[in-house]
Write a protein that binds this ligand. Structure first.
Ligand SMILES: [Zn+2]
Ligand SMILES: [Zn+2]
Length: 140
């Protein structure tokens, strides 16, 4: 059953979805899937979709995508794919300062459904959900 990750309301109409992933310093890659009903997509997803273009870092100037702080390096990256009805998918690969990264990781883990390391197929595109985020599966 497809339902919103934020509420238990029965959903009429299409859901938006997003996939988020990152590589922890130690251990395996981690990815989550979040589903959104229309009101929750507007609340949680639209702000990201609206601002991500503006916040892309300039070449050679590592700046946190979220807070704009200058950082030494943008090793800490968050990968995402955002699917909204009637909209082209948005792919994100953003560098974050470590404080913002851990904040986002907590938010995502709080509502998201953890993807297993087995290949998961994206319901809408038929694409491997991991590859959809930009995280290449590794043999384990
Ligand atoms: Zn909802
Ligand atoms: Zn930051």
């Amino acid at each position: 059953m497809r339902k919103c990750s934020y509420c238990a309301d029965p959903t009429i109409g299409k859901l938006a979805s997003s996939y988020w992933g990152w590589y922890p310093l130690e251990g395996d890659r981690i990815a989550y899937k979040i589903m959104y009903c229309k009101p929750h997509a507007e609340k949680h997803l639209m702000p990201i979709a609206r601002t991500w273009n503006d916040n892309l870092p300039n070449e050679g100037e590592p700046v946190c995508w979220d807070c704009g702080a200058e950082v030494d390096s943008l090793r800490d990256k968050l990968f995402a794919s955002i699917y909204m009805p009637n909209t082209d998918p948005i792919k994100l690969e953003v560098g974050l300062c470590s404080a913002c990264l851990s904040k986002h990781q907590q938010d995502i883990a709080a509502v998201g459904q953890r993807l297993s390391n087995r290949t998961e197929i994206h319901a809408r595109t038929g694409e491997d959900a991991w590859i959809a985020i930009g995280i290449v599966p590794v043999d384990s």
